[in-house]
Design a protein around this ligand. Structure first.
Ligand code: GDP
Ligand code: GDP
Length: 447
């Protein structure tokens, strides 16, 4: 299920701070200067056993006041169109501003749930001052301090309560927290992802042999991702693409925001993501965050290095390039990398084959007896280190019936097994069975 929550609000109200709290990461730049240009941030978070995408509409702030309002309006419009719910953040320390009111006017007309988040309520005086925001007339109001975290739990409770419950799935055994049950086999869904201009449309056209670039001439039009049913050379799959969507009004910032929201939606729908990067630019920070998100969501991944025709090649160029690239992908390096040219139609069919291989790997089931034969041998060759005097024994391994390949190792001290040994087990699983391109989950259970 795909559920996306957008955080909107004036610059400096604390959107980024709240975003970081949701993601429990501190990597974003939080800055006291209003008007700093900043990348939009996006990620996936869990609360009450439900996971959803969060997007901080962040960033771009032009100089003039008029431009500024126009820009904010655009962001709110996109959030209303594309997100499932909106967190509208205001600042209790500053109080209600004209811009807040203008945004409130737009948001009140939205049918999507709006959660007003009155931020910087660090003390009781602020709480009292914050009550003026009730005047905006929204049903859900929360008083929070993103810095200390107070009130953010109630906000998250409300947001997750607002998500429609997923249909109950029947599972044969209880799964570890966060593990999703497997789904019935269907036609593989493959998404083409990547930054603007890496060649996604060109690749799609090369794959399906026709020009599918769609230009929408209505400003602000939104379209869902395009699904193309592909059935060629006995291969059948669905291509999910966001690249074909083009707006005439190609404003850079719009495009970027759309491309992120769309990419996340396409990713949620897909079994396997083709991550297209530009050979000349190399893998960028944004590429790595798409890669990380796909891995976190348990998607199959193939990295396609496009525009390979532009690279001057010597004997080991591809090999060296792959090595540098994989160093950046670490620790998840068991991923196929293919050098292609959408322009010259080089290795396009191979890209499809790799995606279908990865799909197969993602659904691979290892017989319990074989799994135990091989893994228990690997475990006896290199035992888990003793922790606090506990001699760790792993007696049994089984693959769980989950959407993402998951293995449960039954042990006397599940909490005493540390990351390096966990990584050893994952590497052994990968060395003995083909899970290339697929994230693998390792769980320890008490036996
Ligand atoms: P954004 O522009 O809306 O993303 O805002 P930021 O997250 O960058 O925050 C702007 C400033 O407000 C930073 O200096 C934050 O430290 C500060 N800030 C954010 N949340 C709180 C809060 O709950 N209380 C206080 N006192 N300051 C906050
Ligand atoms: P998108 O924004 O990711 O959909 O990228 P496009 O498919 O629109 O391509 C962006 C630009 O890169 C266009 O000018 C393409 O002609 C060019 N391009 C795409 N693929 C290749 C390739 O394999 N080699 C070269 N040299 N140029 C390419």
């Amino acid at each position: 299920m795909s559920y996306t929550v957008a955080i909107v609000g004036r610059p400096n109200v604390g959107k980024s701070t709240l975003f970081n709290r949701f993601l429990e990461e501190r990597k974003a730049i939080v800055d006291d200067i209003s008007g700093v240009t900043r990348d939009r941030q996006y990620g996936i978070t869990d609360w009450n056993g439900k996971s959803f995408n969060v997007i901080d509409t962040g960033g771009f702030v032009p100089d003039s006041k008029d431009m500024f309002e126009t820009e904010i309006r655009k962001q709110v419009r996109i959030a209303i169109d594309e997100a499932n719910a909106i967190i509208f953040m205001v600042d209790a320390a500053v109080g209600l501003t004209d811009l807040d009111s203008a945004m409130a006017d737009m948001l009140r007309r939205s049918v999507k749930p709006v959660y007003v988040c009155v931020n910087k309520v660090d003390n009781s005086t602020r709480a009292l001052e914050g009550t003026e925001f009730y005047g905006m007339g929204f049903e859900h109001n929360f008083f929070v301090s993103s810095i200390s975290g107070s009130g953010t739990g109630d906000l998250l409770d409300a947001v997750t309560d607002g998500m429609k419950d997923e249909p109950v799935k029947v599972v044969s055994e209880d799964l570890p927290e966060g593990a999703e049950p497997e789904e019935a086999l269907a036609i593989p869904k493959i998404a083409i992802m990547g930054q603007p201009n890496v060649g996604k449309s060109s690749l799609l056209n090369a794959m399906i042999g026709q020009d599918r670039t769609i230009v929408s001439d209505i400003a602000g039009t939104t379209r869902d991702t395009i699904h193309t049913h592909y059935n060629m050379f006995q291969k059948e799959f669905i291509l999910i693409d966001t690249a074909g969507i083009r707006r005439k009004n190609k404003e850079k910032d719009d495009l970027e925001f759309y491309s992120i929201i769309r990419a996340i939606k396409a990713m949620d729908e897909a079994d396997v993501c083709l991550l297209v990067i530009d050979a000349v630019k190399g893998i960028t920070a944004q590429d790595l965050s798409i890669f990380g998100l796909a891995a976190k969501k348990g998607k199959g991944i193939v990295v396609l290095v496009n525009k390979w025709d532009l690279i001057t090649k010597e004997t080991n160029t591809a090999r060296d390039y792959e090595k540098v690239l994989k160093d950046k992908l670490a620790p998840f390096t068991d991923v196929p990398v293919l050098f292609i040219s959408a322009l010259e139609k080089t290795r396009i069919f191979k890209a499809i084959e790799l995606a279908l291989d990865v799909y197969e790997n993602k659904h691979r089931k290892i017989a319990t007896s074989k799994l135990n034969d091989i893994m228990l041998k690997a475990i006896s060759k290199y035992q888990a280190p003793v922790v606090r005097g506990h001699v760790i024994k792993i007696k049994f391994v089984s693959q769980l019936p989950t959407r993402v390949p998951s293995f449960a190792f039954f042990t006397n001290f599940p909490d005493d097994i540390k990351t390096p040994y966990r990584n050893y087990l994952e590497n052994q699983v990968r060395a003995n069975f083909n899970f290339t391109g697929v994230p693998v989950r390792i769980y320890f259970r008490k036996k």
